[in-house]
Design a protein around this ligand. Structure first.
Ligand code: DHB
Ligand code: FE
Length: 282
């Protein structure tokens, strides 16, 4: 049977992709940020997950404002990256697992999550930056198959934080009912607080981010008290991306431990966070 062995929450600022490409990890600006990923690299090296379910948001590469699915999942054998204009060199294609995708789709739809299914899907920095962060070398990325799960946090109305947490729980059930012997990791990405445009550009709410990170393991429902409009006020219009971390958290269930956490301000205009959870398997 497939097992969810752990989950990671991570930011996806495009500049991180450039820093990895240019090998700037040791520079003073980047060092405290990348240091937070060392436990994740060690854990990935030790656990060698077979598949990563990557929860992220597309920023206009694959979906645009004319047709915006609330939740969409990839069911392709391969996912291409393309130039979106952030100065990021497109990464090599990522290998999918269509059989597992179709199982997830089937299970989610029967669990009343009517997800958009995509047999072709291009992936943007929201996907590629977390992939490069988890597995910085191409050879490492080639060892893990990916399932992109895309969430609309671009065009209102967004799904509620509650819906995200519940979708995560349904993903947990879907993984547990897959008959293949696979170790699966789930990544919840985007956030933390940031606003890229308008009068409040550069807005960061450290206190809120710290509370969110501190409660994520034992009290993820804490975030559900806020509407997405309230969240945008508190953490910035793009900070709302943090609701995607709840999908990761919901999938893991409550039998987990937190192995590491880091918070760093700012990367670009954004508060960057990383957290690593491991499931305690029976
Ligand atoms: C930045 C953050 C994002 O979430 C994004 O999608 C693009 C850019 C930034 O901080 O530069
Ligand atoms: Fe973003």
């Amino acid at each position: 049977m497939a097992r969810l062995i752990g989950g990671v929450g991570s930011s996806h600022v495009p500049a991180i992709g450039n820093a990895i490409e240019q090998k700037l990890q040791g520079e003073p600006y980047w060092k405290p940020f990348f240091k937070g990923y060392e436990p994740v690299w060690q854990w990935m090296e030790e656990k060698k997950p077979d598949v990563a379910i990557l929860v992220y948001n597309d920023h206009g590469l694959n979906f645009f404002l004319d047709a915006m699915p609330t939740f969409a999942i990839g069911a392709a054998a391969e996912y291409q990256n393309a130039d979106e204009g952030w100065g990021l060199k497109p990464l090599d294609p990522f290998k999918g697992d269509p059989d597992f995708s179709w199982h997830l789709i089937d299970s989610l739809v029967h669990d009343e999550f009517d997800i958009t299914m995509c047999q072709e899907m291009q992936v943007d920095h929201g996907f590629t930056v977390p992939m490069s962060l988890m597995w910085p070398q191409q050879a490492l990325r080639d060892q893990v198959k990916v399932i992109p799960l895309c969430v609309n946090v671009v065009q209102y109305p967004f799904p509620t934080a509650r819906r995200c947490l519940r979708l995560g729980e349904a993903i947990g059930r879907a993984v547990a009912s897959y008959e293949e012997d696979l170790d699966v990791v789930i990544l919840g990405t985007g956030g933390l607080s940031h606003q890229l445009d308008g009068e409040r550009a550069g807005h960061i709410n450290r206190e809120f981010d710290m509370e969110f990170l501190g409660r994520l393991k034992d009290d993820p429902e804490w975030l559900l008290q806020f509407t997405n409009y309230e969240l945008a006020e508190k953490v910035g219009s793009q900070g709302v991306e943090m609701i995607m971390w709840l999908i990761m958290r919901g999938a893991l269930g409550d039998n987990i431990r937190e192995l590491s956490r880091n918070y760093h301000i700012p990367i670009s205009n954004t508060a960057a966070g990383v957290v690593l959870f491991e499931t305690l398997l029976p």
